[in-house]
Ligand binder design. Structure first.
Ligand SMILES: [Zn+2]
Ligand SMILES: [Zn+2]
Length: 135
């Protein structure tokens, strides 16, 4: 992971939702699950993980949808539909932000950690981001 600035701003495409995350993310990693694929429309998701205390929604609100009731809650902008977050239920203590939502996504280089590798699209190759662990 490259040196990340202490405060990273982000938001949705239309600007109705904006947030600021403080400090280093706890992790930056890939997720290949089909649920993330559906939510993002992209072949793979990359998340930056922050404690609830480590970020503030500074404008608007993140609209939530439970993609797997009792397990997974996903966040987006109700106005423009931008994909923003993912949280584990019950009682999330941390939020996984899709790195594309950050102004400075270039600073959020993922590690080799890949979740749900078994659901990875067979034609998707991620350079040297190979990891033999299952989760
Ligand atoms: Zn928006
Ligand atoms: Zn996923």
């Amino acid at each position: 992971m490259s040196n990340t600035t202490e405060r990273l701003k982000g938001g949705c495409l239309c600007g109705a939702v904006q947030f600021v995350a403080t400090g280093q993310p706890k992790a930056v990693y890939w997720c290949h699950c089909q649920s993330c694929r559906r939510h993002t429309g992209a072949p793979v998701a990359v998340f930056a993980l922050y404690d609830l205390k480590a970020y503030t929604v500074t404008k608007g609100e993140i609209t939530k949808f439970d993609s797997t009731p009792g397990q997974t809650r996903r966040g987006f902008c109700a106005r423009c539909g931008s994909t923003l977050t993912c949280e584990s239920l019950p009682g999330p203590t941390e939020t996984h932000f899709h790195i594309g939502a950050f102004d400075q996504a270039a600073q959020l280089e993922p590690t080799k950690k890949q979740y749900f590798k078994e659901e990875r699209l067979p034609w998707l190759h991620i350079g040297d981001a190979e990891d033999t662990s299952v989760h």
